[in-house]
Write a protein that binds this ligand. Structure first.
Ligand code: ZN
Length: 409
């Protein structure tokens, strides 16, 4: 049997991608260990982002540092023209904990995949690969700011991976791999101080307004869909019990399955706060301290290819199941612009609480590094397929258009 020229070159592209990741494996693990051992929190990832950008520059990527006016973000390109496949790296740590979310592994999954696909480019009909360094996933969400700055314009697909426990899956099934849209809301009330016993009738109680806001939100809960999550804390509740609080404030997070649904929910909470202002006479000040995270639109066609490639490289994950979306991620905003998959993968044999010391340990373990390198290969091989198979890219884009339109209603 003889192979068609396309099949033969696709096969040699796949071999080149895997061989390049094998050749870089020692350096990738050393880089990840360095990031792990020097944890830097959101927006302070100077050493990590410099090390990652240098790693790619040393391997022929054209690196632009500080994209989107974020000092610790970067974009590293190789190849020319479309299609453009992107891999998204993260490297921020958690305050007081270190790499309790394993972003040092997310970093080398993306770098390894980028190096792999770059090595395969000469065997492919064309296209390019970009590795993005995306800072501050745990705080302000670097991807949100990069998306708003237009950094992902022209990208055809964005791939990456997030470590997890033994229960991690590749999100191939509708309902798996979701993340909720999330908006931070700051609600403050301005009242009038007065002696709480001598002349309370001259006071306007800002704390009462805030408490009524909580009560109103609790009344709202019965009448929202089950995906909704509204939770808050009081950050200012007054100064002394004998003074009518002139100022009270709280921080809230409002989440829902889609960005459109979340925006409707934010308006309902605004209405509650306006009602509380009316009830008490306090003046409402409501603001959005951070841009919203959109929900994650996982591209199932692309996820199925990643799953197949994970199987091929020997990382067999349990089948994904439909599950309710839990947290939120700054990747959501990217996923409304570019067909996206962030696959999960296990870095431990058991199950534990995330953002914990167990994760810090697993993020620098032989199993953690080994599985991350396998994931890098699967992501690179999926990139090869995107560049080699125009029909695949068309199908991925078709699903993207349908799904983002449906969620925007
Ligand atoms: Zn994380």
């Amino acid at each position: 049997m003889s192979l068609s020229p396309e099949t033969a070159s696709a096969l040699s592209a796949r071999r080149a991608a895997v061989a390049a990741i094998d050749a870089a494996a020692t350096d990738l693990v050393a880089l990840s260990a360095f990031v792990h051992d020097h944890p830097e929190v959101a927006m302070e990832e100077r050493r990590a982002s410099a090390a990652a950008a240098d790693f790619l520059a040393d391997r022929g990527f054209a690196v632009e540092r500080g994209v989107a006016n974020l000092p610790t973000a970067f974009a590293a390109d190789v190849g020319s023209g479309a299609p453009r496949v992107a891999y998204l790296a993260e490297y921020d740590a958690l305050p007081g904990l270190g790499h309790g979310c394993g972003h040092n592994l997310i970093c080398i999954a993306a770098l390894g995949a980028g190096v792999g696909l770059a090595a395969a480019l000469p065997e492919l009909p064309g296209g390019s690969v970009t590795v993005f360094g995306t800072p501050a996933e745990e705080a302000i969400g670097g991807k949100v700011l990069m998306a708003d700055a237009g950094i992902f314009a022209g990208i055809d697909a964005a791939l990456g991976a997030h470590p997890g426990t033994a229960e991690a899956v590749c999100p191939t099934v509708p309902g798996s791999g979701q993340a909720l849209a999330c908006q931070a809301v700051r609600i403050a009330f301005h009242g009038q101080a007065a002696h709480a016993a001598a002349d309370p009738y001259n006071g306007i109680n800002a704390l009462n307004a805030l408490i009524e806001t909580f009560n109103g939100i609790n009344a709202l809960r019965q009448h929202v869909t089950t995906d909704a999550r509204i939770h808050g804390v009081i950050t200012h509740g007054g100064e002394a019990p004998n003074v009518v609080p002139a100022y009270a404030a709280g921080d809230f997070l409002i989440r829902a399955a889609t960005r459109a649904g979340m925006e409707r929910l934010v308006e309902r909470v605004r209405g509650v706060a306006e009602g509380a202002a009316l009830m008490t006479g306090a003046r409402l000040e409501i603001g959005l301290p951070e841009p919203a995270n959109a929900d994650m639109v996982t591209n199932r066609i692309l996820a199925a290819r990643i799953k197949r490639n994970l199987d091929e490289v020997g990382l067999r994950l349990p089948e994904a199941k439909a599950a309710p979306a839990l947290g939120s991620t700054d990747w959501g905003n990217v996923s409304y612009l570019v067909p996206s998959v962030e696959t999960g993968f296990p870095i431990m044999d058991g199950v534990c609480t995330w953002h914990s010391h167990e994760v810090v340990e697993a993020a620098a373990s032989p199993l953690g590094y080994g599985n991350t390198l396998l994931v890098a290969k699967a992501l690179a091989l999926t990139g090869v397929e995107l560049l080699a198979e125009p029909t695949l890219l068309r199908a991925v884009k078709g699903e993207f258009a349908r799904e983002t339109a449906a969620r925007s209603r």
